[in-house]
Ligand binder design. Structure first.
Ligand code: GLU
Length: 307
């Protein structure tokens, strides 16, 4: 078996022709300004071995990948009770869809669609100010990545906040069912700041390693979330991590993963590693086109698969 770096190089080189395919997200104006043809990938193993490719150390907007960190924080604060407010079923709908909420009494299907993430943010905001809640989320990410230089990209946060009619609509609709308790403007402020955290593939892979190791950061040897809860987060990632293309991602990659409209994807290889890829051009379902292709090539080479 060739080295980790050689395997990553082989996988990434084999898909370079895919980088020009797809479209950068432009519904958040600041995201449309990202150079479209960037590509990075990074692996960190539970034993601490690292491999990187291309633009792996360049920061990008993690967007919905932040929902993994938010549900981790919510599980630590509310334990299983958080599942009374947000479900754990795939939605089969777009990430920002409102259609199921009416039939399902304002309870979102899962924490990885926007409605679910807004409920999680509302829960985290309880008894805290916007600043405390945002700082807590950033602090968690910095701890997980073991890197205190990670920050929020304020331009992206403001850009999303000033165009967040759809998310505001979801929040108001859920409040009509009594599902949101905080001020909606505060929920949106915190949510947009969380999505605008900027991280590199190297930082992202490091920060999700706890999910490959039963909830404990294997390098810092710090318990992050209980083992059973880590398993549930991974189950969510497997079933719901790629919007309504989660089935297609499982079919092609076969690992728990979470994507964001900034073009990032993280995947967890239980007991082995965490992998992050970034390529801003998205496919029709809002997932990184070349990033997905790179992960598909990597699992073919490494045989990393939970299925
Ligand atoms: N901040 C984005 C939104 O709410 C996240 C979307 C995503 O990455 O899926 O629209």
């Amino acid at each position: 078996m060739s080295s980790l770096q050689a395997q990553l190089d082989l996988a990434c080189e084999s898909i370079q022709h895919e980088i020009g395919i797809g479209k950068v997200a432009d519904y958040i104006p600041a995201l449309a300004r990202v150079p479209a043809d960037k590509f990075g990938a990074a692996i960190v193993t539970v034993g601490g071995e690292k491999a990187s490719f291309g633009d792996a150390s360049e920061s990008f907007s993690i967007q919905s990948i932040s929902k993994v960190f938010a549900i981790t924080a919510a599980l630590n604060r509310y334990e299983h009770r958080i599942w009374d407010r947000v479900g754990h079923e795939p939605s089969g709908n777009a990430f920002n869809s409102i259609v199921q909420l009416e039939k399902e009494n304002g309870i979102p299907r899962n924490p990885f669609i926007n409605a679910g993430a807004l409920v999680v943010t509302d829960a985290l905001l309880k008894d805290q100010s916007i600043t405390e809640c945002s700082d807590q989320m950033l602090g968690l990410v910095q701890q997980l990545a073991d890197d205190h230089t990670i920050t929020v990209d304020n331009e992206v946060a403001q850009s999303e906040r000033s165009t967040s009619d759809r998310n505001a609509g979801l929040a108001h609709f859920m409040r009509s069912f009594g599902r949101i308790e905080s001020d909606i403007s505060d929920v949106l402020d915190v949510y947009c700041r969380q999505c605008a955290i900027a991280m590199s593939c190297e930082q992202l892979a490091r920060s999700t390693l706890y999910l490959a190791n039963g909830g404990t950061d294997p390098i810092a040897e710090i318990p992050i979330v209980e083992e059973e809860r880590a398993r549930r987060i991974n189950a969510m990632m497997m079933l719901c991590g790629h919007y309504d293309a989660s089935g297609d991602f499982a079919h092609r990659v076969g690992l728990p993963g979470k994507s964001g409209v900034g073009g990032g994807i993280v995947v967890v290889v239980p007991d082995v590693a965490a992998v992050a890829v970034w390529s801003p051009r998205l496919n029709a379902n809002g997932n990184s086109h070349a990033g997905t292709a790179a992960l598909e090539a990597l699992v073919r080479i490494t045989k990393w698969n939970v299925l």
